[in-house]
Design a protein around this ligand. Structure first.
Ligand code: MLT
Length: 312
C-alpha cells in the first residue's frame, strides 16, 4: 500500500501517542485540523476521527461522499447522527472501555468534593477568609448511593463507593441479579433509587429514554437533602428542574461535568454556591485520552485496510 492511500481527518484534539497506529501506517495520510476549518477537499476524506466537539449530522455527511468510517474517541456517540451515517453507508465506531476508570474517578472526586465543600472552601481561602463553620460537610460512610445506569462506569463507581463504606443501589433495565450480586450492589427500580438515595449519580447514555430522566416530577420523589451528580451526559438531568430543586432547598448540592449545551459558559448552575462544576473533563486524563485515541485509530486503520472493527 502507498503512503496516503486513505485520508484520515482528525477533527478534534487527540492524544499524539494514541494516534500512532494511523500516524505510522503507510496506508494513511493523516490531517489534524477541524473539519470546518480545513483546506483539504472534504470529498477526499475516507475516515473521520472525533471527540465530542465535532457534531456529525446529515449536512456534514453530505459534504463527505467518500467517507467510510467515523471513529469516536470516547463512549458517547450522541454527537453523531447514526441514522444519517447508516443512510450514507458510513460505519461508526467508538471506544467503549478506554475512559471508564477516568470517568469513575472523576465522578468520585466530584462526590468527595461536593459533600465536603472543598471547591467552595478553597475559593474562600483564596479570597482571604477562614470560614470553618460555613463549610461543615457530611460523611459518606453509611450513606446510600443510587447509581442510575450500571454499565462499566457505574460498576467502577460502586467499587469506589464500597471502599467508602456506602450502601449502593443500582438501577439499570439490563442489570441481572447475578451481575448485581457480583458487584455487591442491590438492584432496584428507579423509584427506589429516588426514594432511598442520599446521593444519586447518573451513568447512562443520552437517549430518548434517558433525556430528562431526572426532572421536576422525579426530583420531587427524592429525599430532601439529596446530592445529585452528572458526569455522563448533559440532558439526562433537566437543568431547569435541578436549578429549581436546589434553590428551593430540596436538593442539597450537585456536581456537574456535562451540560445540555456545551461549551456551557456562564451557565445558571455555575452561579449556585451549592453546585460544583467542571467543563466536561471526566475523561480528560492522559491515560484515558491515550487509550481512546489508540483504540479508535487502530480500529479505523483495520477497517480501512480490511480487518473487522469490533466496536462498530
Ligand atoms: C465520552 O463520551 O467518552 C466522554 O464524554 C468523553 C468525551 O466526550 O470526550
Amino acid at each position: 500500500q502507498q503512503k496516503g492511500t486513505y485520508t484520515v481527518l482528525v477533527s478534534d484534539n487527540m492524544s499524539e501517542d494514541g494516534l500512532k497506529p494511523i500516524l505510522e501506517s503507510s496506508a494513511t495520510h493523516v490531517i489534524r485540523e477541524n473539519i470546518h476549518e480545513t483546506q483539504v477537499p472534504l470529498e477526499t476524506i475516507d475516515a473521520l476521527l472525533i471527540r465530542s466537539a465535532t457534531t456529525v449530522d446529515s449536512e456534514v455527511l453530505k459534504k463527505l461522499p467518500n467517507l467510510k468510517i467515523i471513529g469516536r474517541a470516547g463512549v458517547g456517540v450522541d454527537n453523531v447522527d447514526l441514522n444519517a451515517a447508516t443512510a450514507h453507508g458510513v460505519v461508526v465506531i467508538n471506544a467503549p472501555d478506554g475512559n471508564t476508570i477516568s470517568t469513575a474517578e472523576h465522578t468520585f472526586a466530584m462526590l468527595a468534593s461536593l459533600v465536603r465543600n472543598i471547591p467552595q472552601a478553597n475559593q474562600s481561602m483564596r479570597e482571604g477568609r477562614w470560614d470553618r463553620k460555613l463549610y461543615q460537610g457530611s460523611e459518606l460512610r453509611g450513606k446510600t448511593l443510587g447509581i442510575v445506569g450500571f454499565g462499566r462506569i457505574g460498576a467502577e463507581i460502586a467499587q469506589r463507593a464500597r471502599a467508602f463504606r456506602m450502601n449502593v443501589l443500582a438501577f439499570d433495565p439490563f442489570l441481572t441479579q447475578s451481575r448485581a450480586e457480583k458487584n455487591h450492589v442491590k438492584a432496584v427500580t428507579l423509584d427506589e433509587i429516588l426514594k432511598e438515595s442520599d446521593v444519586i449519580t447518573v451513568h447512562t447514555p443520552l437517549t430518548k429514554e434517558t433525556k430528562g430522566l431526572l426532572n421536576n416530577e422525579t426530583l420531587k420523589k427524592t429525599k430532601k437533602g439529596v446530592f445529585i451528580l452528572n458526569c455522563a451526559r448533559g440532558g439526562i438531568i433537566d437543568e431547569e428542574a435541578l436549578y429549581d430543586a436546589i434553590v428551593s432547598g430540596h436538593v442539597k448540592g450537585a456536581g456537574i461535568d456535562v451540560f445540555e449545551e456545551e461549551p456551557a459558559v456562564d451557565h445558571p448552575l455555575t452561579k449556585l454556591p451549592e453546585v460544583i462544576t467542571t467543563p466536561h473533563i471526566a475523561a480528560s486524563t492522559s491515560e484515558a485520552q491515550q487509550n481512546v485515541a489508540e483504540s479508535v485509530s487502530q480500529e479505523v486503520l483495520d477497517y480501512l485496510t480490511g480487518s473487522p472493527a469490533p466496536h462498530a
